[in-house]
Design a protein around this ligand. Structure first.
Ligand SMILES: Nc1ncnc2c1ncn2[C@@H]1O[C@H](COP(=O)(O)OP(=O)(O)OP(=O)(O)O)[C@@H](O)[C@H]1O
Ligand SMILES: [Mg+2]
Length: 344
């Protein structure tokens, strides 16, 4: 049994949760999560790194760990009762791993109750900073771990496919955030979603709702304003690709109606590539380069944001609340508030 590192003497920094997503597989989410955790730990923070890539967990490999133990899977199977029992020490001072589910067939298909258990485990993970490596795709099981965080990072590369998937991912996440946290559409069922037409951009929905239900639109704006979404451009070969990352970010902001800024841009680099097979985050190497400088400045920028201010109010407007079971049977009569974009 292991407790997530000792606190730094003096005033403890506020606890914050950072999620790293992006929609597309292979864009560098795990590389970003692992090296960001190292950069934060090098700033004296106790970091708990959560592997929430269900079905494809491999954060432990990046830290050279062969047997990470039962991890989150142990909590689901009942082999462990507390998060502390399944935390796994890494060789990096200040970084503790909460391993994922393991590659057991079917393990990624957990039900609503199991998801609640996993979300609660992540919330209960100790440390000054929790960094969640979120898997690819836009399944609710993925989005909910992304939205659990105080600060959301979207990793993308300057390629059409990555930009498309990042946009779809962010749009799905914002819709879920608005539906669940703002309109409190607790009884929306999978069947309802299957019947709903394709969702419209959040900005369009906001403009329409401002006319139809100004109070709901105001609540939506407030909640969206509290999301702290930052884009990390990865695998950039040319300087002109940096400009692409910035213009994509502007496009996201305009279409989605939510504050989205660039946190940093990382170059395609042999060192990063080789660090995977060396099973050691590249930031642990002594030599500085553009990417290590970018990671340090991203860590500084994230820590400079006030996590307490970003955290949703305890009155239920936010990601920390108990959420509805989307697999639940429809309510008799089924009168539900419309989901953003589900109408018109
Ligand atoms: N900046 C970079 N320079 C060079 N190679 C990189 C860089 N970032 C990522 N890679 C390469 O891309 C591969 C995929 O990265 P990573 O596993 O972090 O992606 P991912 O988004 O987590 O993928 P998945 O969705 O499958 O979990 C790495 O194994 C590495 O070889
Ligand atoms: Mg990954």
């Amino acid at each position: 049994m292991l407790t997530a590192g000792a606190r730094i003497p003096g005033h403890p920094p506020p606890r914050r949760v950072i999620a790293v997503g992006g929609g597309k597989g292979g864009v560098g989410k795990t590389v970003v999560a692992a090296n960001l955790a190292v950069a934060l730990a090098q700033r004296g923070r106790c970091v708990t790194l959560v592997d929430a890539d269900f079905g494809a967990a491999n954060l432990h490999t990046l830290f050279g760990i062969d047997r990470p133990g039962p991890g989150l899977g142990g909590l689901l199977s009942g082999h462990a009762r507390t998060v502390a029992e399944v935390l796994c020490r890494t060789s990096v001072p200040g970084v503790t791993l909460l391993p994922g589910l393991g590659a057991v067939p079917g393990s990624a298909n957990f039900n609503h109750g199991q998801k609640q258990k996993l979300l609660a485990a992540v919330r209960a993970a100790g440390g000054d900073v929790v960094v969640i490596d979120v898997g690819a795709g836009i399944a609710f099981n993925t989005l909910d771990f992304f939205l659990l965080a105080d600060q959301q990072l979207v990793v993308l590369t300057p390629q059409m496919t990555s930009i498309q998937n990042a946009y779809a991912f962010l749009k799905a996440a914002l819709h879920r955030h608005v539906e669940r946290s703002v309109l409190q559409v607790h009884a929306m069922t999978l069947a309802d979603e299957a019947r709903a037409p394709a969702v419209e951009p959040v900005a369009v929905w906001l403009a329409r709702t401002s006319r139809e239900d100004p109070a709901a639109a105001a609540r939506a704006r407030a909640a969206l304003g509290r999301l702290a979404v930052r884009v990390v451009g990865n695998n950039v070969f040319h300087d002109k690709d940096r400009a692409v990352v910035h213009s994509v970010c502007r496009m996201f902001r305009d279409y989605l109606g939510a504050p989205v800024d660039v946190l940093g841009v990382l170059r395609a680099s042999r060192r990063v590539h080789d660090s995977i097979n060396h099973r050691r985050p590249f930031l642990l190497e002594d030599a500085m380069d553009d990417n290590s400088r970018a990671f340090h400045s991203m860590a500084e920028a994230l820590l400079s944001l006030d996590a307490e201010e970003l955290r949703p109010a305890a009155d239920g407007e936010g990601a920390h609340q108990e959420e509805p079971d989307e697999n639940a049977a429809p309510r008799p009569g089924g009168s539900q508030a419309p989901a953003p974009g589900a109408a018109g």
